[in-house]
Design a protein around this ligand. Structure first.
Ligand code: HEM
Length: 457
């Protein structure tokens, strides 16, 4: 296992190093340095600060790592991450530029696009992104989701009876992942409990293993296993799409039964009656975006609920999703790439064309100038109207912002509230390990290693 990691890291860094050396040897003159670069250092060629950040993530000191940077260089600084020159940005003003600038396109690791599919929303830009995202949002909007509260409620109740009731101790995170998978399988894919759902769950678990791996399709690599699992998940979803199509054509189902039926029924004739024009989304787009919804929506919500349970252990009456998201945003950060030079307000720094931008919600969320006593778990800070209006825009960014703000926000809200409602009503619990064992690892999502509340129903 350790050897595999070392090999993966070596390959990750040596491949781009070789490309870099070849490019360097063939270049006639170095490119002119761009103007007004942010402070900081790019570190060693290619390696830059990647290993140091990855180490901090494993030790759960990544927030401190970023805060140290800010103390040293201010909220905007340059560094080198994963082989590319990068500008790290923090704070509401810079967040706004990241979310709203059309010159900053999303950038995902290559492994992600290959495994999830090239037509997934994270890879799309411009009109394609608006069309596909718009289709998904029609289904995930609050008025639509209200119809499905009963389905979510059924999944949560069943889960608690089967997985929690009568146990003296439970490990929360894996159970929450099972629950969020079940909710998505029912609500988005319309898959009843049974063989197909189990096969999809197994394929999906294997697929996630290699999502962040070095994209080398070689025997015995996590990436190859993940690619194969992705192909299995795709075959299952393709069969599901065809079945939903046939059911709709034969009048055996309704477009609002689940997300896949909904997407299959959308047409590009714009009048909303679904009986003319061409399909709005291709089959590939429906499959890729089903996979991205499952990937983006399953761990994130499970982490939110797990950390809520952890805090509720100290304060059983609190339903505090916003405060939990502020203190432990499940998404540590993400990248954009600059399509042209982008100027940042304040300091007049430039993000040069071709560089990547790294934004991370945790540092904005822990800024004492925005959130008083930020290390204190205090849900009341989101209670009052005054608190909601006094924080500057783009200072609560657990779901991102702008045209790419998380489309699953409302679904996450509903499933969290339903789950917490039943947990609080039917269980009391306490953490069953000491502070020392009860640590958290960000890899890249936060995961409590040993969080074992005891249920005493
Ligand atoms: C607590 C739960 C969740 C959190 C904290 C969360 C967080 C985020 C964040 C920060 C982004 C923006 C990333 C960026 O701008 O680079 C995002 C995007 C996205 N999320 Fe979520 N998410 C959650 C739940 C969900 C759920 C339940 C779904 C399922 C539908 C989902 C689907 C997506 C998709 C498809 C995108 C890409 C949007 C685009 O590129 O236009 N998320 N999420």
């Amino acid at each position: 296992m350790a050897l595999a990691v070392v090999i993966a890291l070596l390959v990750a860094f040596l491949t781009p190093l070789a490309v870099y050396l070849v490019r360097r040897s063939t270049r006639t003159s170095p490119p002119p340095p761009p103007r007004n670069l942010p402070p900081g250092s790019l570190g060693l060629p290619l390696i830059g600060q990647s290993l140091s950040l990855l180490r901090a993530m494993r030790r759960n000191t990544a927030e401190r790592w970023l805060q140290d940077r800010i103390a040293r260089y201010g909220p905007v600084s340059k560094l080198s991450l994963f082989g590319a020159p990068t500008v790290f940005v923090a704070g509401p003003a810079a967040n706004k530029v990241v979310f709203l600038s059309e010159a900053l396109a999303p950038k995902q690791p290559r492994s992600l696009a290959t495994i999830i599919g090239r037509r997934n929303m994270l890879e799309l830009v411009g009109d394609d992104h608006r069309r596909v995202r718009g289709a998904l949002m029609q289904f995930l909007r609050p008025e639509m989701l209200r119809r499905y509260v009963g389905k979510i409620d059924g999944e949560v109740r069943r889960h608690l009876v089967v997985m929690w009731a009568g146990r003296s101790a439970v490990t929360v995170l894996p159970l929450m992942k099972l629950l969020t998978f079940d909710i998505i399988a029912t609500l988005l894919f319309g898959l009843a409990r049974g063989a197909v759902r189990e096969q999809l769950a197994a394929a999906f678990t294997d697929m996630l293993e290699g999502l962040w791996s070095v994209p080398l399709d070689l025997p015995f690599t996590a990436f190859r296993r993940s690619l194969r699992a992705s192909a299995r998940a795709r075959r299952l979803l393709a069969a599901t799409v065809r079945e939903k199509k046939a059911n709709l054509e034969q009048g055996k189902s309704s477009p609002t039964d689940d997300l896949i039926s909904y997407l299959v029924s959308l047409r590009d004739d714009d009048d909303g009656d679904g009986d003319g024009g061409q399909p709005l989304l291709t089959e590939e787009e429906i499959i890729d975006n089903s996979i991205v919804s499952l990937t983006a929506g399953h761990d994130t919500s499970a982490i939110l609920m797990t950390f809520m349970v952890r805090h509720l252990a100290d304060d059983p009456a609190t339903l505090a999703a916003m405060e939990t998201l502020r203190m432990v945003p499940p998404v540590f950060g993400s990248f954009r790439r600059a399509l042209e030079d982008v100027e940042l307000d304040g300091g007049g720094y430039v993000i040069p064309k071709g560089w990547q931008v790294f934004w991370a919600p945790c540092v904005t969320h822990m800024d004492p100038a925005i959130y008083h006593d930020p290390a204190k778990f205090d849900p009341s800070r989101f209670d009052t109207q005054a608190a909601a209006t006094s924080a500057p825009p783009y200072s609560f960014v657990a779901f991102g912002g702008g045209p790419r703000i998380c489309p699953g926000m409302e679904l996450a809200r509903v499933e969290t509230l339903v789950t917490m409602h039943y947990l609080v009503r039917h269980f009391r619990w306490r953490l069953c390990c000491g502070e020392k064992e009860n640590t958290v690892v960000r890899d890249p999502l936060p995961s409590p290693v040993l969080l074992k509340p005891t249920s005493t129903q």
